[in-house]
Design a protein around this ligand. Structure first.
Ligand code: PGA
Length: 259
């Protein structure tokens, strides 16, 4: 099965509407390769403007979260229907910052994945191991379990086109240290085996956590990596473009031959 290759950036609680429009205008001047599916995940307030600005470009736009219920007394929450009205291309579910700060659990992640799929939204599910799991050699086991729970009961057809991002908690953000290529290869291969055993070969596997233009190449060249999910290094359009070009050349170009 050939899956698309994805590179995207989650902006977290960053960027106003004006900053989003400036980013997308600058990104539109960059020559992006047509064999990489590029996406940005702005905050909710900038989503509608981002979708309009990106309409004439190949850049896809995702949301950072959604609620599992269709509507109701859920102050401060956003439903799938509100996102489909904007026309978002994907929705991030279960980022470790939301699991840590906002009480997101495997059960709420699973409910959201189901609701997203029912609404026709492409889920981008994030799973990650913590430092204790890493030190115990239990990284693969931990994230395979999270992914199984997120996808429980869903069919290959429902999950076709879905995205699953392995984002080690210890690798994310200012205090994160990037995972080694060997570690990513091992965990992605475990995730791939689990997905394939369930017939979920239409789910693409992304890696995220301190990805930048220096480490993106070898990660992108790994067999079981179908894309990269980038934070800080892609918060400028030039940063995103640099990661896309390095990753693309290792993935599809001659640089991969140096592995
Ligand atoms: P980072 O964030 O690249 O800044 O470590 C990654 C993420 O949280 O998805």
């Amino acid at each position: 099965m050939t899956r698309d290759f994805w590179i995207g950036t989650g902006w977290k609680m960053n960027k106003t509407i004006a900053e989003t429009l400036d980013y997308l205008a600058r990104l539109a001047t960059v020559d992006l390769p047509n064999d990489v599916r590029v996406f940005v995940v702005p905050p909710f307030t900038a989503l509608a403007a981002a979708k309009r600005a990106a309409a004439a470009t190949p850049v896809l736009v995702g949301a950072q979260n959604m609620h599992w219920e269709e509507a109701g007394a859920r102050t401060g929450e956003i439903s799938a229907r509100m996102l489909t009205e904007i026309g978002v291309d994907l929705v991030e579910i279960g980022h470790s910052e939301r699991r840590a700060d906002c009480g997101e659990t495997d059960a709420t992640v699973a409910a959201k994945v189901r609701a997203a799929i029912a609404a026709g939204l492409r889920p981008l599910v994030c799973v990650g191991d913590d430092r204790a799991e890493l030190e115990a050699g239990a990284s693969a086991e931990a994230v395979v379990r999270q992914a199984k729970l997120a996808f429980a009961g869903l069919t290959p057809a429902e999950l076709d086109g879905g995205l699953l991002a392995y984002e080690p908690i210890w690798a994310i953000g200012e205090n994160g240290r990037p995972a080694t290529t060997d570690h990513v290869a091992e965990v992605h291969s475990a995730l791939r085996r689990m997905l394939d055993a369930r017939g979920l070969d239409g789910v693409a596997l992304l890696y995220g956590g301190s990805v930048d233009a220096d480490n993106a190449g070898p990660l992108a060249a790994l067999d079981d990596v179908d894309g990269l999910f980038v934070g800080r290094a892609a918060w400028t359009p030039e940063g995103l473009a640099a990661v896309v070009h390095v990753a693309r050349s290792w993935r599809f170009g001659d640089a991969g031959a140096h592995l």
